[in-house]
Design a protein around this ligand. Structure first.
Ligand code: FAD
Length: 422
């Protein structure tokens, strides 16, 4: 029986383990954190599971839904069209509605028309797969949305807020795929029983099938030539290594890679995120789920309870992505003070009942225009080494769906390659 060691117990690692165990492999997951679920993990508050980050599900996330249904997490969930607002210069506007767009004075009349036409183009005509891998978002947006809209809207949304990079280095193809997901036009939901039953259920299934999950594991060294992983307390041997952890972490601990692969992996950079989740007695801005703030310390506000109003209080996140590396080292109290001050400019009634702070050093790969030229494949090119997780799913957007599918794909490749061996 071949032994697969999976690095990381996020959704990609859990989905891969579940599939590999069904195919008769011996599987060990090594996870650094005290729990599985990675970026999609939750915390318990007032007897309810709340994800550390917003984690909505949209109607075409079919893989996510099939896993949530497998563990009865969806319950009587409700699908909703969402309202989106942009906050700029202290004012919020619903720009995906005609009346909101018309009164959005941050854009000139011509720019509003261009933005409206661009919205229609992205829904009905745009073909992201036809965009060249190396095309940059600035040239592409200037052409299709006009310079004013590109700079005022999309630079703020995707250049500064998302990656803290100029649009000229951001991938047009990945951005177009993101637009094609029609995120703001789709139906949104959040599972009635949260996403935690899916994580707990996968974990239970893995253990039932005799898989091993080691949490709180500090991997000190991986020697891929000898196929050995050393942790603080134990040495594991393996036949196959599947890594789902961020590449900077993988490179720190792994020897025995080819120079070519090392060189590729070193190019992959990540964007961090720092966020607050807080509870208030009332909604801060009625009926609006998603608020993007421009030129502020905080970039996005998600009023979770608009999707699912089942908690003791109303739950909201606010997150800073691009540039948040400067906040990673701040104390929780400093972050609370800075972020709450930033959002009070737009939501002055904010008076939270409780607030929690979360930080991620590796929230999302920076999808620059050259990403596809150095992104590794599931099969790494080094015998016995495979990859999965959101760092290898370009140009798809990073979400639960792509993470699960990537874990399944890695398992399928491992099964196929092992069966093909004499
Ligand atoms: C702010 C935010 C909002 C999001 N919102 C949504 C949303 O609305 N909808 C949606 O579908 N998706 C959303 N996502 C995306 C979703 O969470 C991810 O795509 C998915 O969870 C990624 O899974 P993964 O297994 O690829 O990676 P991860 O979850 O990052 O898993 C990697 C695992 O490896 C572990 N690890 C790291 N280093 C080591 C090491 N040295 N040794 C051992 N283990 C290690 C980590 O602890 C982690 O558990 C959001 C993510 C963020 C950050």
């Amino acid at each position: 029986m071949k032994h697969v060691i999976i690095l990381g117990g996020g959704l990609a690692g859990l989905a891969a383990a579940d599939k590999l165990l069904d195919a008769g492999f011996k599987v060990t997951i090594l996870e650094k954190a005290p729990f599985t679920g990675g970026l999609a993990s939750s915390f318990k508050q007032d007897n309810e599971w709340i994800p550390k980050y917003y984690h909505h599900v949209v109607s075409h996330n079919t893989t996510t839904q099939s896993y949530l249904n497998r563990y009865n997490a969806m319950g009587n969930n409700v699908w909703k069209k969402i309202r989106v607002a942009i906050g700029v210069n202290g004012k919020l506007s619903h720009i995906n509605e005609i009346s909101g767009l018309l009164t959005f004075n941050y854009l000139t009349l011509w720019e509003k028309i261009r933005l409206g036409i661009f919205g229609v183009y992205t829904i009905f005509l745009m073909k992201p797969e036809k965009i060249k891998d190396e095309e940059n978002a600035e040239d592409w947006l200037n052409k299709f949305a006009g310079k004013g809209v590109a700079q005022k809207i999309f630079y703020n949304l995707y250049g500064r807020n998302k990656f803290n990079k100029p649009l000229s280095v951001v991938s047009a193809k990945q951005f177009a795929f993101r637009l094609k997901e029609k995120e703001v036009y789709d139906n949104f939901t959040f599972p009635q029983h949260s996403i935690q039953p899916m994580i707990d259920g996968l974990e239970e299934d893995i253990l039932k099938k005799n898989g091993i999950i080691m949490t709180k594991t500090n991997i000190t060294c991986i020697n891929h030539q000898k196929k050995k992983v050393k942790t603080d307390g134990k040495t594991y041997t393996y036949d196959i290594l599947l890594s789902t952890i961020p590449f900077p972490e993988f490179l720190k601990i792994t020897t025995g890679l080819t120079e070519e692969l090392k060189h590729k992996l070193e190019k992959i950079k990540y964007c961090p995120c720092v966020g607050l989740v807080f509870a208030t007695k009332e909604f801060l801005y009625p009926e609006t789920y998603w608020i993007n703030l421009f030129q502020e310390r905080v970039h996005v506000i998600m009023q979770h309870s608009v999707l699912i109003d089942k908690y003791k209080n109303k739950i909201t996140w606010c997150i800073r992505y691009g540039g948040s590396e400067e906040d990673l080292g701040l104390s929780d109290e400093q972050i609370k003070k800075e972020y709450l001050t930033s959002i009070k400019k737009y939501l002055p009634s904010l008076n939270p009942v409780w607030v929690k702070v979360f930080r991620e050093k590796y929230a999302e790969p920076v999808y620059d225009k050259d990403y596809s030229s150095y992104m590794p494949e599931v099969r790494s090119g080094v015998e016995g080494l495979y990859f999965a997780g959101i760092q290898i799913t370009f140009p798809k957007i990073r979400n639960i769906n792509t993470a699960l599918e990537s874990g399944i794909k890695a398992a399928d490749n491992i099964i196929k390659d092992t069966c093909a061996q004499p």
